[in-house]
Design a protein around this ligand. Structure first.
Ligand SMILES: C[S@@+](CC[C@H](N)C(=O)[O-])C[C@H]1O[C@@H](n2cnc3c(N)ncnc32)[C@H](O)[C@@H]1O
Length: 206
C-alpha cells in the first residue's frame, strides 16, 4: 500500500505543474544572462528524470548522468522513445569529461548528491551517495572557447551550518558550498554573470 498521505497524492499533478513552471522560469532567467544561450542541457543526477522531462520544453537536446544503476535503468526506460534525451551512467565528475571537446555552449545543471527519492514518491527513502559537485565544477572549468551556463541546484542547502544540514538534509558536505566557493571553483574561466535564480545559484562563464 502507498505510504504517501492522501492529501499529497491528490496534490501531485499540481505539485509537478508548479515545479515545472518554477524551473522553466528559472531557466529563462538564466538564458537571458548570456549572449550565447545554450540550446543543450547537461544534468548531473537523473533520479526519476523529472527535470529532464521539464527541460524538454526548452532545450533541443538533454544529456543526464546518473551513478545509480537503478535510477539510470529507469530513466533509460522512461526516455526510450525520446530521441532528444541521452542517459549516461557513471560518476558525473568523470562523465562530464566527455564534454570537454564540445564547442557548443552548454547549460549545466549540477544536481548530483545524496537525496530523498523524490518528495512526492511513495517510498521516500534516503539515498546516500557521493558529493561530486567540486569534481563537476573542476571538469566544467576546463572547457575553453565557449560560453556556458552553470546552474548549481539546491541553493537552500548553501551557506548552512553542519548542524542544520545534518538535521534537515543529512548531507553536511554542503557546508563548504557558498556563493564565493562556487565562483572560486570556476575561476579559471571568466565569470560574466553570477546570481541567485530561484533555488539555484547560476553562473555564466566563458
Ligand atoms: C537530487 S537527486 C536529482 C534529482 C533530479 N535532477 C530531478 O530534478 O528530478 C540526486 C541524484 O544524484 C545521483 N548522484 C549522486 N552522486 C552522483 C554522482 N557522483 N554521479 C552521478 N549521479 C549521482 C543520485 O543517485 C540521485 O539520483
Amino acid at each position: 500500500m502507498s505510504r504517501t498521505p492522501s492529501h499529497r497524492r491528490e496534490a501531485e499533478p499540481e505539485f509537478h505543474k508548479l515545479a515545472k513552471a518554477r524551473f522553466l522560469d528559472g531557466v529563462r532567467q538564466s538564458l537571458a544572462l548570456s549572449h550565447f544561450p545554450p540550446a543543450m542541457l547537461v544534468e548531473s543526477g537523473t533520479l526519476y528524470g523529472d527535470r529532464v522531462a521539464m527541460a524538454l520544453d526548452v532545450f533541443e537536446f538533454i544529456w543526464t548522468i546518473e551513478l545509480s544503476e537503478e535510477f539510470f535503468s529507469r530513466a533509460c526506460k522512461r526516455f526510450e522513445n525520446e530521441d532528444r534525451v541521452a542517459c549516461m551512467k557513471g560518476d558525473s565528475g568523470e562523465v562530464l569529461r566527455r564534454f570537454l571537446k564540445c564547442s557548443s555552449p552548454l547549460f549545466f545543471v549540477c544536481d548530483a548528491h545524496s537525496c530523498f527519492m523524490g518528495v512526492d514518491k511513495p517510498d521516500r527513502k534516503y539515498v546516500a551517495t557521493s558529493f561530486p559537485l567540486w569534481k563537476e565544477l573542476e571538469t566544467i572549468s576546463q572547457r575553453r572557447g565557449v560560453t556556458d551556463i552553470v546552474w548549481v541546484d539546491d541553493r537552500h542547502n548553501m551557506n548552512r551550518t553542519a548542524d542544520w544540514l545534518e538535521r534537515h538534509n543529512k548531507s553536511p558536505e554542503w557546508v563548504d558550498v557558498t556563493y564565493d566557493s562556487l565562483r572560486k571553483a570556476v575561476s579559471s574561466r571568466e565569470i560574466l554573470a553570477a546570481q541567485r535564480v530561484n533555488n539555484a545559484y547560476v553562473m555564466v562563464i566563458q
